[in-house]
Design a protein around this ligand. Structure first.
Ligand SMILES: O=P(O)(O)O[C@@H]1[C@@H](OP(=O)(O)O)[C@H](OP(=O)(O)O)[C@H](O)[C@H](OP(=O)(O)O)[C@H]1OP(=O)(O)O
Ligand SMILES: Nc1ncnc2c1ncn2[C@@H]1O[C@H](COP(=O)(O)OP(=O)(O)O)[C@@H](O)[C@H]1O
Length: 281
């Protein structure tokens, strides 16, 4: 049974007759092929990446598993439509906390059309992308049964300053995410979610070590998705903290050159997160 994802935090969304992703109850995330060649470009990326023997397994785990394409009833009611069938990294979790960070101070690639570059440049300037090397595109943080999720709307997130971004990264691992500006986020899950040998920081560092070497792809406008389950921590289990890269509609060939745009943004995200781990130790 297909349905609209409950825990999508950014990007094009289904609902209100719009074309957007769907999920099923067997762990698949179906992303409709986007127009303007973006969908076919993303499909080409997944196809080549899946077959590329140069990608080590310890890096492949940071990408959703690709199960090919499926023709499914589109969410906008337009009938059968091709979708990328991907591993759903979120829906199997109870009340998942999710954060989408779009990496790179530049979200446009050099060969793009001029009007697209102008649009991206404007967004990069107006958000933290240019200054910080990444921007938060969306997030939801689970509080408790009474408060539910703290999920600021898209406009609010796109207006985040550098300070708002630091604060959101703190709230992401706090038990009191939705409290006002007078109460500090407690960062009580920082050491279990961000820190530790299997935490988000360790995973980001592992990914970074690959980006310091890989020259196969340049990942423009791609996001790091961070996910964990608060409930698991409270019950004394592993937080299930996991990072995945998503959105490959603007990946281009690396042609032997380091992806310094992605690498720089990743280093910046790592620095902010490691500051939180250090200060809450
Ligand atoms: O349509 P918009 O203005 O919401 O922009 C989309 C972006 O939303 P944003 O406003 O930055 O949160 C959206 O960003 P997120 O995925 O939400 O980070 C994408 O950049 C999307 O482009 P594409 O599908 O990656 O080619 C963008 O879509 P296009 O405008 O390129 O179709
Ligand atoms: N494989 C996935 N599993 C679970 N959620 C996903 C997955 N891929 C994307 N998402 C969700 O969808 C959002 C948008 O994905 P993205 O690929 O960036 O779409 P768009 O191209 O429309 O921007 C992400 O922020 C995340 O919430």
């Amino acid at each position: 049974m297909l349905k609209v994802p409950d825990h999508q935090v950014a990007g094009h969304q289904a609902g209100d007759g719009k074309l957007g992703p769907l999920i099923d109850d067997s762990g698949h995330f179906y992303k409709p092929l986007q127009n303007d060649g973006r969908g076919s470009h993303e499909l080409a990326f997944y196809t080549s990446f899946s077959a590329d023997t140069r990608i080590p397994d310890h890096i492949r785990k940071f990408f959703p598993v690709f199960y090919g394409t499926r023709h499914l009833e589109a969410s906008d009611g337009s009938g059968l439509y091709p979708h990328l069938a991907l591993e759903d990294t979120v829906s199997s979790r109870i009340n998942p906390s999710v954060l989408d960070a779009k990496i790179g101070s530049r979200t446009w690639y050099p060969q793009a059309a001029e009007d697209y570059i102008i649009k991206c440049l404007k967004k990069d300037r107006e958000t933290t992308s240019l200054e910080l090397g990444f921007r938060i595109s969306g997030l939801q943080v689970y509080g408790n049964k009474e408060t539910g999720f703290w999920k600021p709307d898209k406009k609010c997130v796109l207006n985040f300053s550098i300070e708002d971004t630091r604060l959101a990264l703190r709230k992401f691992v706090s038990s009191n995410p939705s409290t006002g500006s007078d109460i500090k986020p407690d960062c009580s899950f920082a050491s279990t979610v961000y820190g530790g040998p299997a935490g988000i920081l360790a995973q980001l560092l592992e990914l970074k070590s690959w980006f310091e070497e890989q020259t196969i792809f340049h990942f423009y406008s791609c996001s790091v998705l961070m996910v964990y389950e608060k409930e698991s921590i409270l019950q004394g289990r592993n937080s299930g903290a996991e990072i995945k890269l998503v959105d490959f509609a603007h990946v281009i060939e690396g042609k032997g050159v380091i992806d310094h745009n992605f690498l720089g943004g990743l280093c910046s995200l790592i620095k902010l997160i490691s500051d939180i781990v250090t200060s809450s130790a």
